[in-house]
Write a protein that binds this ligand. Structure first.
Ligand code: UDP
Ligand code: MG
Length: 332
């Protein structure tokens, strides 16, 4: 007798925890321990998707051993360091839960806050983001830069991107689907998350210091993210070119009027000195600078258009473990 083939139904987890990491060997065991404590308090199935963003330390080995110990742990390993936002996008594409919870690997997004996020989700919010009330243990300069950046971005952007929010959030499957369909490469997930709309709310928390290791977001990476976010969500810099042009035209007009006035009505020493070479040199430098700024701004946008048009895949994977077959098909 042929036994009926039993297909185990693909179980959809309720919660997908998505955590990108880069060189976090020191924090991973503690992260897993703290998350396990959290998982014990949750009802419903959980998957933990750890995305190795091309780490050079033992992070990947630790992921392999965590996966062996704990079947809830699934991991992807990107073939090189693609950057936090791309690693996060990869993890979100593999998430199959009804809600995705995004966290940093360094325990700066406390697992203890997650039940509050879930509570809001159960109340019917589709995006629940963590908003920092304080940032302990971070340098004064970094805090000041972050503080001003979020406010400048809010001023410039057409989308209402809440200040002082990181990637720490819970997103409903509906939001995830929209996000996963967005093909853009220069991704600023916090902005895209605000852009999609749906019912959104904040949960406030105090941001602790890093559990271990150094900051992986170097100044260069943070700066690039800041530029990406502004260019991705605002055309104000492009408009600046027009304003600068108008301003310099007005300035030139004023100078011409002054010159004419001096020429016709006055013959003072100042007028003589201002005329001729000095004035021309000044005007040339001024206009040259304005033009260079405008070309630079255009260049920034054109550079991004070029990158989007190339349509390269967002990331390349070198290792994937623990996912069901249909999800693994994303490899091709
Ligand atoms: N990260 C990453 N790829 C990178 C840089 C950082 O996946 O190229 C991860 C890092 O491991 C951490 C998160 O992004 O989980 C936030 O990085 P970090 O703690 O260094 O930045 P900060 O807390 O200062 O925003
Ligand atoms: Mg951190």
């Amino acid at each position: 007798m042929i036994a009926a083939i039993q297909f185990e139904p693909v179980r959809q987890p309720i919660y997908s925890f998505v955590i990108p990491l880069y060189n976090e060997e020191e924090t991973l065991p503690e992260l897993h321990r703290r998350l396990c404590e959290l998982f014990d308090t949750l009802t419903g199935e959980v998957e933990l998707i750890l995305v190795d963003d091309g780490s050079r330390d033992r992070s990947l080995e630790i992921l392999r051993s965590l996966h062996r110990q704990d079947p809830r742990v699934r991991y992807l390993s990107l073939a090189r360091n693609f950057g936090h936002q791309i690693a996060l996008s990869a993890g979100l594409q593999f998430a199959s839960g009804k809600a995705a919870i995004v966290m940093d690997a360094d325990l700066q997004d406390p697992p203890e806050v997650v039940p509050e996020l879930i509570q809001k989700w159960q109340e019917g919010y589709q995006v629940v983001y963590g908003q920092r009330l304080s940032r302990n243990k971070e340098g004064v300069i970094k805090r000041l830069l972050a503080y001003s950046f979020y406010r400048v971005l809010r001023q410039l952007s057409d989308v209402n991107i809440p200040a002082d929010t990181g990637d720490f959030c819970l997103m409903d499957r509906a939001v995830l689907q929209v996000l996963n369909q967005m093909p853009e490469r220069n991704r600023y997930i916090r902005g895209l998350r605000a852009w999609v709309g749906f019912r959104q709310t904040a949960v406030h928390f105090h941001r602790p210091g890093r559990y271990a290791g150094d900051v992986k977001y170097t100044f260069r990476k943070s700066f690039r993210l800041a530029i990406n976010s502004i260019l991705g969500f605002s055309i104000v810099p492009l408009r600046t070119a027009t304003y600068l042009g108008l301003f310099s035209a007005a300035f030139a007009g004023l100078m011409m009027a002054l010159l004419l006035y001096w020429r016709i009505f006055q013959h003072s020493a100042t007028a003589q000195r201002l005329e001729g070479f000095t004035l021309i040199a000044m005007a040339v430098f001024f206009l040259g600078a304005v033009q260079l700024i405008c070309i630079g701004i255009l260049g920034e946008y054109i550079g991004r258009i070029y990158e989007e048009v190339k349509g390269r895949p967002l990331y390349t994977l070198k290792e994937v473990e623990g996912f069901e077959a249909p999800v693994a098909a994303k490899l091709h």
